[in-house]
Design a protein around this ligand. Structure first.
Ligand SMILES: O=P(O)(O)OC[C@H]1O[C@@H](O)[C@H](O)[C@@H](O)[C@@H]1O
Length: 318
């Protein structure tokens, strides 16, 4: 991979600093960049650091083919993925807040180091902390951003381990790929569960997900604390009401028809499980407009000191 140098017309390299929320959940954003007069900074071709909602630092990736993605450093959350025709295939809930205190409800939030409820806060702290930019480059015209999250006193207070998570986001003309690498930087082993809690824009009445037939299911519909075990027998899963279901050992290739005319292939490596969620009337204002199809690792991964776990997700237009 090679980084493409900056456009000649931009001012010379400078170190741009944007301030993340001062809440002990991350640090000042600092990256080598070309500062521009509009307060943004171009770090490499197609990667621009700017301020998003609530003045939170946001990175915009633009591909030469006209696709675009937005990534908030708070939560390391991809909030938008526009394909060249201008459609945003991701969804941010209307009740989402951008205050650096609560997770951003939409896009692709991280669940780490815990999926769902448990010993620490629901879905873990990674979606509730500021990630930092460690690299940005353009590879064969594809903008690539790499974010990092490390333990802080905030995370150590609830999960007393030293870790490093690297999250790479790669935008292409009709695809958005991510790679997550979790490394144990501690002297003792730790275990975690995790997920990419992807919110897709949808017309829920016409949504169909294919590829889950035969999976063992943990259905949280009746009692989320005691999910009901079963087997998925449907070729095509639809969403006529409330859905909250874990699929164990799911296929690494799912097809989502979003009901808006798009077919999205969800391909993954090393995410062993999947989750489907739509809150139905629990979120009356927005449930019709999205569906969550999540690559997940529900069965805990144990990492010894210095060991890493890597998983990729590839979303593309089918
Ligand atoms: O409201 P949160 O914390 O973002 O979680 C939303 C949902 O996330 C899903 O992944 C879970 O399966 C659901 O049980 C949960 O309700």
């Amino acid at each position: 991979m090679s980084a493409i140098s900056m456009a000649g017309s931009l001012p010379s390299l400078t170190s741009l600093k944007l301030h993340s929320p001062n809440n002990n959940r991350g640090s000042t954003v600092s990256m080598r960049a070309s500062a521009s007069t509009d307060g943004t900074a171009t770090t490499s071709q197609g990667v621009k650091l700017t301020q998003g909602n609530g003045d939170l630092p946001k990175v915009v990736l633009t591909s030469p083919h006209g696709s675009e993605a937005e990534v908030y450093l708070f939560g390391g959350c991809v909030t938008s993925w526009r394909i060249p025709n201008g459609k945003d295939l991701l969804f941010v809930r209307p009740d989402a807040v951008f205050n650096g205190q609560k997770p951003i409800s939409g896009g692709i939030p991280h669940c780490f180091p815990q999926f769902g409820p448990g010993k620490i806060q629901q879905h873990g702290f990674a979606r509730n902390m500021s990630w930092s930019v460690v690299d940005s480059e353009s590879t064969e015209g594809k903008p690539v951003l790499t974010l990092e999250l490390k333990d802080t006193p905030y995370s150590r207070a609830m999960w007393d381990f030293s870790f490093r998570a690297l999250y790479k986001v790669i935008l292409d003309s009709t695809s958005l790929s991510t790679e997550l690498i979790v490394t144990n930087t501690d002297k003792k082993a730790f275990s975690f569960s995790t997920a990419l809690h992807t919110y897709f824009r949808a017309a829920i009445a016409d949504v169909a997900v294919t590829g889950l037939k035969g999976c063992k299911t943990l259905n949280k519909e009746v009692d989320p604390q005691n999910p009901e075990e079963g087997i998925e027998e449907r070729e095509v899963v639809t969403f006529p009401g409330f859905v909250d279901c874990v699929y164990l050992d799911a296929s690494n290739e799912l097809l989502l028809e979003n009901g808006l005319g798009d077919k999205i292939l969800v391909k993954s490596t090393n995410w062993s499980d999947a989750v489907l969620w739509n809150p139905h009337l629990q979120m009356e204002a927005s449930y019709k407009d999205f569906v969550c199809v999540e690559n997940a690792q529900i069965k805990e991964i144990e990492l010894q000191p210095e060991q890493s776990w890597t998983a990729t997700q590839h979303l593309s237009i089918a």
